[in-house]
Design a binder for this molecule. Structure first.
Ligand code: ADP
Ligand code: MG
Length: 334
């Protein structure tokens, strides 16, 4: 008998999703990408995404301010809208509140959400409020709008494409290690914890890439490069090669990894919750896009590998040699 833990989060989604995908009208994109896509007419589409955060699973209440938790709960959804090149419009918050939460805590939580709504011109339009027996449960859904012909998907990467990411990775995973191990909060540690507790959705970057026809595929990095490249490979029916030495890592993460003897590559590849964007661009266009991106955003776009025709095969290369790296990103059932 197959157990849930054998299937894992993604195996489970695959198991139930087929029956819902099979009779979808052709123009609708359902389960499988960062957002669902519902065309409104022949020019525009609605994007929808939702994410749940459960206390002691996704956050520990005394390790994050309620203001930051409010912002993070919204930001992780905005990141999925960014991954398709959309513009967020509205948010819907359902919250299950245990008895031991103070009113002041909730006021700050909502202030965090409100500030990010203002910054991103997203309107909180509804939700649901209930009591929860023990844990705080937060679910936000976000609706975005996109030009139908400009939407970027996970499923359209091509062999030969260069894989790029928009930020250093692993800071958030390092921040989580600091929190879980109660390590001293010096300036470097505080920086990494900030990167874990306050991720920024890359909405402007996502929209900019959506305007570039040369970009073939895009996904946001929520579970870690190693896990999210698998999602992209599966959807696009391709393989990938990641050159470990080109994966960008911050100086601060390197420094603390040395100090605490962490495997910095493992954190960078599978720490998760980076919320940057990963995209694939044909080799002939990649340098052109990188220089335009750097002029526009005043920061680098990093090449980390290549899409291959070897369906389902992910290879890691370090110092010219293939290496075995099988630490997987976060999976809720494994
Ligand atoms: P992301 O990390 O971008 O939020 P996930 O990897 O969590 O996406 O989910 C993969 C796909 O499965 C998405 O299209 C998501 O909407 C869908 N999905 C996940 N859980 C469920 C569920 N319980 N019911 C329907 N669709 C789901
Ligand atoms: Mg996503």
């Amino acid at each position: 008998m197959i157990k849930l833990s054998d299937l894992g989060e993604f195996g489970l989604i695959k198991r139930f999703s087929q029956q819902f995908l099979q009779d979808l009208p052709g123009e609708i994109t359902g389960i499988g990408d960062d957002c669902a896509i519902i065309p409104l007419n022949n020019k525009e589409a609605l994007l929808y995404t939702t994410d749940m955060l459960i206390e002691d699973r996704h956050f520990v209440r005394d390790k994050i301010t309620s203001y930051d938790l409010g912002q993070k709960s919204l930001a992780v959804n905005l990141s999925d809208i960014a991954a398709m090149g959309g513009n967020p419009k509205s948010a819907y918050l359902s919250i299950g509140i245990p008895a031991n939460i103070e009113l002041e805590w909730l006021d700050e939580f909502f202030r965090g959400i409100k500030d990010l709504c203002l910054q991103t011109r997203t309107y909180l339009l509804g939700g649901d409020t209930t009591k929860s027996p023990e844990s705080l449960i937060i679910n936000i859904g976000v609706i975005g709008i996109a030009k139908l012909s400009k939407i970027k998907r996970r499923s359209t990467a091509h062999p030969g494409d260069i894989i790029c990411i928009t930020d250093v990775v692993g800071d958030s995973g390092g921040g989580l290690k600091i929190l879980l191990n109660n390590l001293p909060l010096d300036n470097d540690a505080v920086y990494l914890v900030g990167r874990h507790n306050c991720p920024k959705a890359q909405i402007e970057e996502g929209k900019w890439f959506s305007e570039r026809e040369e970009v073939n595929a895009m996904i946001d990095v929520s579970d870690g490069i190693e896990s999210d490249i698998h999602r992209l490979m599966e959807s696009s029916n391709v393989g990938a090669e990641i050159e470990i030495n080109t994966v960008p890592i911050s100086k601060i993460l390197r420094k603390l990894s040395e100090k605490y003897n962490w495997n910095v590559h493992e954190i960078a590849l599978s720490g998760g919750e980076d919320y940057c964007l990963m995209l694939t661009i044909p080799e002939e266009y990649v340098d052109g896009i990188i220089s335009k991106y750097e002029i526009k955003f005043k920061k680098p776009l990093y090449k980390i590998g290549k899409i291959t025709g070897l369906t389902g095969k992910l290879t890691f290369i370090k110092d010219g040699k293939i290496i075995d790296f099988n630490k997987h990103g976060f999976d809720h059932f494994k």
